[in-house]
Design a protein around this ligand. Structure first.
Ligand code: GDP
Length: 387
């Protein structure tokens, strides 16, 4: 295929063959023999970016598309790929540029200072065209993250309450080892499920408790760290037994987290699960039987409700920045605030212009205009080979 109408804007040769591994290997060896070399991870997309075919945010959208775990995550990536984010950035950038032009006129004609720098007009423009859209984009990142990376859910409970069984139910397969000997889940196990379009990363932990046993101790330490990272915690209780001091001490570790009170083994329980809610008030209560597959749909619904506030949830924006872009957006926003503050403090136009330039520099980072080679390397390393 002749340049420039190719993915990288360079001449491209594609070789089509059938999928027998030895044949492909022979062809590859032959091509390498003729002087070709293997591509680095993400090299095709990197070349597409360097040759101006796509912006950096679009290149990142390609990675996100390849990694998308849910349809919503895919839609968000496609929207970035279409350049929706870039259009937003372009609007904000234009606002910075036109403010800078006004301020620079004031630098050139200091005697007309007061007239040119109409504070209220500048302030209004900065607020409407810079601060508000930036704040909206940054908020969209936190919402988009839920669909993109998923939420982190932790299943916590004393040994033998049925954590592994519940994990298996949620995964709909027998992955974790289930055993009736307390403490069989030695380490943490992580899996990802799809709950109503939302990726949920589940961690099942060794029961957090004081233990002499060293190997389990390692699992316990990890679990403590996991509590900090978790977005939602399932506090699992054994419905067939009374609450113990171990349950209470576990609860103390997690009571401040968004919590679901899940009472398991209701198939063999004689007591009313609502009795448990009285002891641990203020959290949604879901009675389940991991063994008999009772209450699992309700549990999934409650996980969703807890994360989304029960609303039919949508990130709202078409364009949702990723982590790197959000960091740059935050830098831009800080520059925007500095500019507003500078206006309020009646700083000289040359200082105001510096704030505006700082904002422009941060924005340049997002689309890749001012991005350094090392940052580019890190971004493209995230790709797999052949993309
Ligand atoms: P963990 O130590 O918390 O991971 O607990 P496991 O998932 O290994 O389960 C411990 C024991 O409880 C196993 O014998 C399970 O079969 C049993 N168990 C788990 N869930 C239920 C349930 O809903 N009902 C009944 N009757 N037994 C269950």
């Amino acid at each position: 295929m002749k340049a420039p109408k190719t993915y990288t804007r360079e001449d491209v040769v594609e070789i089509h063959c059938h999928s027998s591994f030895p044949v492909m290997e022979d062809i590859l060896a032959e091509v390498l023999n003729c002087g070709a070399r293997l591509a680095e991870p993400g090299e095709f997309t990197k070349r597409a970016f360097l040759n101006g075919r796509i912006s950096l945010s679009q290149a990142e959208a390609v990675i996100e598309l390849l990694k998308a775990r849910t349809r919503k995550g895919r839609d968000l990536a496609l929207s970035s790929l279409r350049g929706e984010l870039q259009k937003e950035i372009e609007k904000i950038r234009n606002a910075f540029l036109s403010l800078k032009a006004i301020v620079e006129v004031a630098i050139d004609f200091p005697e007309d200072d007061v007239e040119i720098l109409d504070d209220r007009a500048l302030r209004g423009k900065a607020q409407k065209e810079i601060i508000t859209p930036l704040e909206r984009l940054i908020a969209a990142f936190y919402q988009g993250k839920i669909y993109r990376e998923g939420i982190f859910l932790l299943i916590l409970g004393k040994p033998n309450v049925g954590k592994s069984s519940l994990l298996n139910r949620l995964l709909k397969e027998e992955r974790a080892i289930v055993s009736s000997v307390p403490g069989t889940t030695r380490d943490t196990i992580e899996e990802c499920i799809n709950v109503k379009g939302m990726a949920v990363n589940i961690t099942d932990t060794a029961g957090i408790r004081q233990t002499e046993e060293e190997i389990e101790g390692i699992g316990v330490e990890r679990a403590r760290t996991k509590i900090v990272d978790a977005d939602v915690v399932i506090f699992l209780l054994d419905g067939s037994q009374d609450i113990t001091s171990e349950d209470y001490s576990l609860y103390e570790l997690i009571r401040a987290k968004p919590l679901l009170l899940v009472v398991n083994k209701i198939d063999i329980s004689t007591s009313d699960p609502h009795e448990f809610a009285k002891r641990f008030p203020g959290h949604p209560l879901i009675p389940v039987s991991a063994l008999r597959n009772i209450g699992i749909n309700e549990l999934e619904q409650e996980i969703f409700n807890l994360v989304t506030g029960g609303k039919d949830w949508d990130p709202g924006a078409d364009c949702v920045p990723n982590m790197r872009q959000t960091t740059a957006l935050k830098g831009t926003l800080a520059a925007g605030y500095d500019f507003l503050e500078g206006l309020a403090d009646r700083l000289t136009p040359d200082l105001l212009a510096l704030d505006l330039q700082a904002g422009l520099d941060c924005l340049g980072d997002i689309v890749g205009e001012t991005t350094t080679e090392d940052v580019l390397d890190v971004i493209f390393q995230d790709f797999c080979l052949g993309k």
